[in-house]
Design a protein. Structure first.
Lengths: 296, 286
């Protein structure tokens, strides 16, 4: 009997702990994350300025307006460009630096920190620093051009070059994070494999190519995952550099949402963009986890 | 143990061509990373005229007043103060809500637990921007628009998923004998949480707290949407306003940028272990 009572006491204790400990997180998360996502889907069916209640139901028209908007197409293309640059330039840069800096030599730790520093700076500050770098009158790039006697370009003021200039900043800001991921993975690598390769007479390049890189493959896939997810949320960097201009050439999907949905309080239209972005993120995350990271 | 010997496959000694090209490669990246930063700090010490002719070098005359004027202004401290209040509230609420939830997910078995955990970690899959308009309307309807809490609560909600995962993993690794012994002795779960779990978890709480702080300190979109009054602006919003006012007076803008990123850099120097561990470990678990 005593044992039974004790057990029941424990069950009550367990239940009351659950009822006490879970609600704060559940409530906040439901109220500010889950409900808004559901509401975005609902609002996206209305033509609504956010005041009063939504009454002007227009079905899927908002989605048609989004897809018909040329600036959205450009923004989508720009997001893809960030992904391409992240995979083709940033990832190899981060990986090669990690391979060099995972070794212990004097200065390696300091270099790691220097390369990681841009990652923790605010996007807004980074964007402003580079709008100085690119400034056609006062900027660093302008000074280099002038020292060769050439006319300095206004990179951020031309639709042809504005987004390319942003891509450089993306690499500057984020490669250090990916480098750190690779360094962490390299340091937990089984050193005996390398030793074995060396004893078997493998050159440094061969052991890199056939031992290290394959062993890093899960981390490479993870790094690519973060680069893609990060690309889909890029916003803060765009604002201080170009605000999406000139002539809407340098928007990302989020800066498009901000400019065309939020600043004009077109709740339905903005929500439709949000839902599209949400679907892209979720479908991507599930497919990637299922097909590309399925070994883990 | 024998690090130096086993790391031999990648290390070159002396001045082999491989070592030299490696050094040049590192030097190029160092220049790429540091030049904009150094030019920003130095630019803040120049006059506008000198910035135009000499953006790279040391200033010929050090204009300390660019910096001291900002440091003595109310505006600068108000911006940092707002950011500090918002970030601190975000950290405290995130740690409380996430630690309590993580404790339940780490130690208690009940029907639907995994489903609830999956539900809470859904937040990792998409950015806050996807639902920012309905979030704005929700905050407005709750009467929290243009207040610290209107920024803090959504930020906490989005910080929860990662925080719960990191904390839960740490709590699970604490020795379970402790909990069993405590329960036999009649200690309740909340007491165990308060007097055993939390004190033992200081390292992970520091890590989660630090990365939550950095994220909130740097955040832009949520405060931009939720705040109207200049007097409540955190520094990323304030510096954009400042840049709008001083548009081409780059020497002042550069000094302002330097002074606003200074706290981040100092925090990084003090807590780099927590920051690197938190951001990369958090990533790996994501």
């Amino acid at each position: 009997m005593a044992a039974l009572a004790g057990r029941r006491g424990a069950d009550i204790g367990k239940l009351s702990t659950i009822l006490l400990f879970l609600p704060p997180a559940l409530l906040l998360f439901t109220l500010f994350v889950v409900l808004p996502v559901g509401e975005a889907a609902w609002y996206s069916g209305f033509n609504w300025n956010g005041f009063g209640s939504p009454t002007n139901w227009i079905g899927l028209d908002n989605y048609r307006f989004v897809f018909d908007n040329r600036a959205f197409g450009t923004a989508f293309k720009n997001n893809l460009l960030i992904i391409v640059v992240s995979l083709v330039i940033q990832l190899p840069l981060a990986l090669s630096l990690a391979i060099i800096l995972a070794d212990r030599f004097r200065g390696a730790v300091v270099l790691r920190m220097v390369f990681f520093l841009p990652y923790i700076l605010a996007e807004i500050a980074t964007g402003l620093i580079f709008s100085f770098v690119y400034d056609g009158d006062y900027g660093l790039l302008a000074a280099i051009y002038k020292s060769f006697g050439a006319q300095a370009p206004h990179l951020l003021a031309s639709p042809q070059t504005a987004f390319a200039a942003i891509l450089v900043v993306v690499v500057w800001k984020y490669f250090g994070f990916h480098m750190m991921l690779f360094i962490a993975a390299l340091q937990s690598l089984d050193r005996s494999m390398l030793e074995a390769a060396r004893i078997d007479g493998a050159s440094r390049w061969q052991s890199l190519r056939y031992v290290v890189i394959p062993a890093l493959s899960p981390t490479i896939r993870l790094s690519a995952f973060f680069a893609i997810v990060g690309s889909l949320q890029l916003f803060d960097l765009v604002m201080p550099l170009t605000r999406g201009g000139p002539s809407d050439s340098s928007h990302t999907m989020v800066s498009f949402l901000y400019t065309f949905g939020i600043t004009r309080m077109r709740v339905g239209f903005g929500s439709a963009v949000g839902v599209i972005l949400f679907l892209i993120c979720v479908v991507f995350a599930f497919t990637y986890k299922r097909w590309i990271m399925r070994d883990e | 143990m024998s690090e130096p010997a086993t790391s031999a496959p990648f290390s070159d000694d002396g001045f082999s061509p491989a070592a030299i090209s490696k050094a040049l490669y590192l030097l190029a990246v160092v220049l790429f990373v540091t030049t904009p930063l150094i030019a920003t700090v130095l630019g803040g010490f120049k006059s506008l005229g000198e910035l135009r002719t000499n953006p790279f070098g040391l200033p010929s005359v050090w204009e300390w007043s660019n910096y001291t004027d900002i440091l003595l202004s109310r505006r600068y401290w108000q911006l940092l103060g707002n950011s500090f209040v918002i970030a601190t509230l975000t950290v405290v609420l995130t740690l409380i809500a996430a630690a309590m939830a993580a404790f339940v997910f780490a130690h208690l078995h009940f029907f639907g637990r995994d489903m609830l955990l999956n539900y809470l970690t859904m937040g990792l899959l998409f950015p806050a921007a996807t639902a920012i308009l309905p979030m704005f309307i929700k905050v407005r309807d709750l009467g929290l628009l243009d207040s610290y809490l209107g920024v803090v609560l959504p930020q906490v909600a989005f910080a929860l998923a990662m925080s719960i995962l990191l904390l839960r993993r740490f709590f699970k690794d604490l020795p379970t004998e402790l909990l069993e012994a405590a329960l036999v002795d009649g200690c309740s779960y909340p007491k165990f949480f308060r007097y055993v779990t939390l004190p033992l978890s200081r390292p992970i709480l520091a890590t989660v707290g630090t990365i939550t702080f950095v994220h909130s300190w740097n955040s832009y979109l949520i405060p931009l949407v939720m705040l109207n009054s200049d007097s409540l602006y955190p520094w990323p919003l304030g510096i954009m306003v400042y840049q709008g006012e001083y548009s081409t007076e780059w020497h002042l803008i550069l000094a302002f940028i330097t002074l606003t990123i200074l706290p981040t850099v100092l925090l990084f120097l003090v807590a780099q272990k927590h920051i690197v561990a938190g951001l990369t470990a958090g990533a790996v678990k994501g």
